[in-house]
Design a protein around this ligand. Structure first.
Ligand SMILES: Nc1nc2c(c(=O)[nH]1)N[C@H]1C(S)=C(S)[C@@H](COP(=O)(O)O)O[C@H]1N2
Ligand SMILES: [Mo]
Length: 416
């Protein structure tokens, strides 16, 4: 068995499979995960704030940038994770499978990390395509796995710290050690007894590595990095246009395309899916504001007769696409004022939609107060299309698209 494992590792030895490369790719992967985790937490708390939380409403594109980063970094994780797995693959054939408690901890944390990461980025990607072929709730699982990943990553980094530190900087000239594939270095140091028993084989591994000519080794390392860089550039470049306007022309694989949809804005869920068309087009529609025990209802004509404000604000979906648009409508704080409410109270926004997570959302007073927050009646110079929330929808700066409630029906002040 031991012999078989060493044999496998000898076969897999390659100039790119070394601790330096593992460190270089690992750093990039770590950065991508950190970006995903930070922006993910931001997105999570925007949607499920803790009671004391308030959020910045400027810059207005804050969520657009943060969620765009989340999706871009997540997509970059696919080639980076594959590259990292390629580099450390021979480690799978360590023998004996566990050499010490630290080694056990490390291997267990890596197993957890790899499994959780693969599931995390896969369901994340499928989510951007609004495809949910898995039998569990996306949001909760995506959130929980993030902590599994960060936890196991910390253990992994902790255990590997000496190796990471040793290979953080490139060696000025390739020393003999740098040319040892990661597996051989560990095979020789981790298990002296095993080494003596398989000296012939390990000797062959070392001979194989030493015989690897300098130039091809360097070239293949460069080639490997170039391939990884190209793969990252390709998957990011061909999707980032869904949020990052300059790359719009090469947005080949992004699920949403800028400017495609009613009034030049993508539609996330249609009125048919939301089953709101009849109620939304009804002549009886009113928007009711409830403050304490008093209610005041506004017809669409009432709303249109109030002072109108123009704002440019993006729709920025959690699924990674975003689009700037021009909105016209009534300032929310004026409307709250007209109904006898205070701009300092939080609001509950209720849609005509009868079921699902969009039917009711909450809005913190920082958005209610903001002069850019509108009950929008028009989009890009036309009466709001039914698909974009006619007769009236919410649009506020810096918020995730999912909280920009379409087909408004009722707004309630939440008592402080
Ligand atoms: N009532 C209701 N409001 C909603 C939605 C919805 O399905 N129902 N979708 C939300 C999501 S996820 C996004 S990204 C935006 C998209 O707005 P748009 O379809 O006008 O582009 O609306 C939000 N408001
Ligand atoms: Mo969304």
């Amino acid at each position: 068995m031991r012999r078989l494992m060493y044999e496998a590792r000898a076969q897999l030895a390659s100039p790119v499979r070394n601790p330096r490369m593992a460190t270089v790719i690992g750093r990039l992967l770590g950065l991508a995960f950190l970006l995903c985790f930070g922006t993910g937490l931001f997105s999570h708390f925007l949607q499920q704030p803790l009671p004391w939380m308030t959020f910045p409403t400027r810059p207005v594109g804050l969520y657009q940038v943060s969620q765009g980063t989340h999706i871009i970094a997540g997509i970059a994780c696919f080639p980076l994770l594959l590259a990292k797995l390629y580099v450390v693959f021979p480690q799978l054939f360590q023998y004996p499978p566990v050499t010490s408690f630290a080694n056990f901890l490390e291997r267990a944390s890596i197993a957890l990390f790899v499994g959780a990461s693969l599931v995390e980025i896969t369901i994340g990607l499928l989510n951007t395509y609004q495809w949910y072929p898995f039998p569990f709730p996306f949001k909760q699982v995506h959130f929980a796995l993030a902590f599994v990943i960060v936890g196991s990553l910390l253990v992994h980094i902790g255990v590997k710290l000496p190796l990471i530190a040793a290979h953080w900087r490139a060696e000025p000239a390739p020393g003999p050690e740098e040319r040892h594939p990661v597996d051989t270095v560990e095979a020789t140091s981790a298990d002296d007894e095993g080494l003596s028993r398989t000296r012939g084989l390990t000797g062959r591994v070392l001979a194989y590595i030493d015989s690897t000519p300098e130039l091809p080794a360097r070239t293949s390392r460069r080639g490997f990095l170039a391939t990884v860089a190209l793969a990252v550039a390709a998957v990011v470049g061909l999707t980032a246009g869904q949020t990052f306007a300059p790359l719009d022309a090469v947005n080949v694989f992004g699920p949403r395309k800028k400017g495609v949809g009613q009034q030049g804005v993508p539609v996330n869920r249609t009125s048919a899916q939301a089953k709101v068309a009849t109620a939304a087009l009804s002549a009886d529609w009113v928007l009711t504001l409830a403050v304490g025990d008093t209610e005041r209802s506004f017809s669409r004509a009432d709303l249109a007769a109030l002072p109108q404000t123009d704002v440019d604000l993006p729709i920025a979906c959690v699924e990674g696409w975003s689009q700037m648009a021009a909105w016209r409508g009534v300032r929310l704080r004026d409307l709250v004022d007209a109904a006898g409410g205070s701009p300092e109270s939080d609001l509950r926004l209720i849609s005509l939609e009868q079921r699902g997570g969009f039917k009711q959302t909450e809005m913190g007073s920082e958005y209610v107060r903001d002069p850019l927050t509108l009950v929008a009646l028009e989009l890009n110079g036309e009466i709001l299309d039914l698909e974009h929330g006619y007769p009236a929808r919410m649009i506020a700066p810096g918020r995730p698209g999912v909280l920009q409630t379409k087909w408004l029906s009722r707004i309630e002040a939440i008592d402080a």
